[in-house]
Design a binder for this molecule. Structure first.
Ligand SMILES: [Zn+2]
Length: 123
């Protein structure tokens, strides 16, 4: 029987390396879409938390005698919110406080589609 000599000839064959690369590629193909979905879900939850914070600040502002529509930057920040929040999905998107009867809104371009709201918009 012919014995394979392996001493001093370590390493993998091309087929073995190709199989390992294929398995890693398959695992990445399964995992990456789930990572993207989890990231979007986390951003949505953080945005909704920001909206709830703004809503609470609006109520406090109204209790302190404010009426009409508060401006987020001048009426609410510093007095009722420590610093102006921004949507985690888009750092340039800012929020609008709206009046007391309307929920605050997210400025993210696809806010409605991605669930960045307190009350689901009626269709
Ligand atoms: Zn948002």
């Amino acid at each position: 029987m012919k014995m394979r000599k392996t001493l001093g000839k370590g390493g993998f064959t091309l087929v073995e390396i190709m199989i390992v690369v294929a398995i890693i590629g398959l695992l990445a193909a399964i995992a990456i879409p789930n990572f993207v979905k989890a990231r979007e879900n986390a951003q949505k939850n953080a945005c909704v938390a920001n909206l709830k914070q703004i809503e609470g600040a609006k109520v406090l502002w109204a209790l302190d005698g404010g009426s009409g529509t508060p401006a987020l930057g001048t009426d609410l920040v510093d007095d009722y919110i420590k610093k102006e929040p921004h949507c985690p999905a888009e750092s340039t998107a800012s929020y609008t406080a709206n009046d007391l009867d309307t929920d605050p809104g997210c400025g993210y371009a696809s806010a409605a589609a991605k669930g960045h709201y307190l009350t689901a918009p009626s269709s």
